[in-house]
Design a protein around this ligand. Structure first.
Ligand SMILES: [Zn+2]
Length: 357
C-alpha cells in the first residue's frame, strides 16, 4: 500500500498531511489538563465487553451494529473497543478517550464517538498519528455512528510493524492516504455509502405518499366548479407542482433532488390551501392527509366524513366485507411504519415563506 508515491499530486498530499499533523500537534499542546468525567456505565460496559452505545442517544440498531463490528474486529485479531458515548462535557474527545483508556487499564485501542459526529481514539499508537489518520479519512464526516467508529478503528489501530514512532506512523499513513482513503477504510465507508442509498430510498418512499396526497387534493380541487379566476390559477399551479414533484421524487437518486421534490410539494400544498379557501373546501397545509383515506391518501377523499370519517369508498367496502385494512407502509431508519407515524420530511407542512427548522 505504501509503494505509490513520487507524483506531484502525491507530494502535495504528503505536504498537506504534514501540515495537518503540525496543526494536530498545536491542538494537542493546547489541550487543558483537566481530566474529563467518565460516565460509570461506560466504564462498566467496556470493562466487561468490547463495545458501548448509550441507549438514550443511539438507536438499538446502531448499538447492535457496533457490538457486531467490535466482535468482528476481535475475530480479526484487533485489540480494539468501540464506544458511542453521550455528549462529552468539555471539548476534547481525545482527552476523554485517553482518560477512559487509562481508567480501564486497557492496552488496546479505544475508539470513541459522540452524537455530534466527533470521533477520537486512544491506543498504543502515537496520538498525533491517530489524529492525522482520522483527519485524513474525514472520519467525523461519516454520518452513521457505527460506521464512524469502524472507519476510525480501521485507521487508528497499530499496523503490525508499528515501531511506536510518530514519524514512522505518519509515513505509513501517507502511504495509506496515497493508496486511497476508500481502500484504507473500505469496510466502514462502503457501509456508509450503502446507508446513504438506503436513506435516499426511504425518503423517496415517504415523499411519494405526500406527492400522492397532493395529487388527490389536485383532483378534488379540479372537480370543484368555480368561476373564480384566482381559484382556477391556483388549481393549475397545484397540478403543476404535483406533476413536478412526482417526477422529481420518482427519479431522485440524490439528496438535493429529493429536497427539490419536497419543495414543490410544499408549494403545492400551500396553493391547495389557498384554492380550497376560495372554493369553500378546507385543505389545510399543516395536515396534508386530512380529508383523504387513512389507509392510503392516494385513494382519494374520505367517502363519508360525517360518519366513521376516515376511509375512502373502496376501503369502506373492503372493511364491510371483513377485509383487514393496513395503512400504507413506509420505512424510517430501517423500521417499517405507517405513513401516518413517519416524521414529516423536509418541513413539507411548514407554510411557504417560513424557514424550515
Ligand atoms: Zn382507501
Amino acid at each position: 500500500m505504501i509503494g505509490r508515491s513520487g507524483s506531484g499530486g502525491g507530494s502535495r498530499r504528503i505536504l498537506a498531511l504534514f501540515v495537518v499533523a503540525f496543526a494536530a500537534l498545536l491542538v494537542a499542546g493546547a489541550i487543558a489538563a483537566a481530566a474529563p468525567r467518565i460516565q460509570p456505565e461506560v466504564l462498566l460496559a467496556l470493562r466487561h465487553g468490547d463495545s458501548y452505545a448509550d441507549p438514550v442517544f443511539y438507536q438499538a440498531s446502531v448499538a447492535r451494529q457496533i457490538r457486531a463490528d467490535a466482535a468482528e474486529l476481535r475475530r480479526r485479531g484487533e485489540d480494539v473497543k468501540l464506544a458511542a458515548v453521550p455528549f462529552v462535557p468539555g471539548r476534547d474527545l481525545t482527552a476523554y478517550a485517553t482518560a477512559l483508556r487509562t481508567q480501564l487499564h486497557y492496552g488496546g485501542t479505544l475508539v470513541v464517538t459522540t452524537p455530534h459526529g466527533n470521533v477520537a481514539a486512544a491506543g498504543p499508537r502515537d496520538p498525533i498519528s491517530i489524529t492525522v489518520a482520522l483527519t485524513a479519512i474525514g472520519a467525523d464526516q461519516v454520518v452513521d455512528p457505527a460506521a464512524r467508529l469502524l472507519a476510525a478503528a480501521e485507521v487508528s489501530t497499530p499496523p503490525p510493524t508499528d515501531s511506536g514512532s510518530g514519524v514512522r506512523d505518519l509515513i505509513v499513513l501517507v502511504g495509506v492516504a496515497l493508496a486511497g482513503g476508500a481502500l484504507a477504510i473500505g469496510w466502514g465507508l462502503r457501509r456508509e455509502q450503502r446507508r446513504n442509498h438506503e436513506r435516499t430510498m426511504e425518503s423517496r418512499g415517504l415523499l411519494k405518499v405526500y406527492a400522492d396526497a397532493l395529487g388527490a387534493r389536485a383532483r378534488l380541487l379540479s372537480a370543484v366548479r368555480t368561476d373564480d379566476p384566482e381559484a382556477h390559477g391556483l388549481v393549475e399551479a397545484v397540478e403543476a407542482y404535483h406533476a413536478a414533484a412526482d417526477a422529481l421524487i420518482i427519479h431522485a437518486t440524490t439528496e438535493p433532488e429529493l429536497a427539490e421534490g419536497a419543495h414543490s410539494l410544499r408549494s403545492g400544498f400551500g396553493d391547495a390551501e389557498r384554492a380550497g379557501e376560495i372554493v369553500g373546501r378546507p385543505f389545510p397545509h399543516a395536515t396534508p392527509f386530512a380529508g383523504l383515506c387513512a389507509v392510503d391518501p392516494a385513494h382519494g377523499a374520505v367517502a363519508n366524513p360525517s360518519a366513521d370519517g376516515s376511509l375512502c369508498a373502496a376501503c369502506t367496502g373492503r372493511l364491510r366485507s371483513g377485509q383487514e385494512l393496513v395503512p400504507r407502509r413506509v420505512e424510517s431508519g430501517g423500521v417499517p411504519l405507517s405513513f401516518l407515524e413517519a416524521p414529516v420530511p423536509y418541513g413539507i407542512t411548514t407554510p411557504v415563506g417560513i424557514p424550515v427548522a
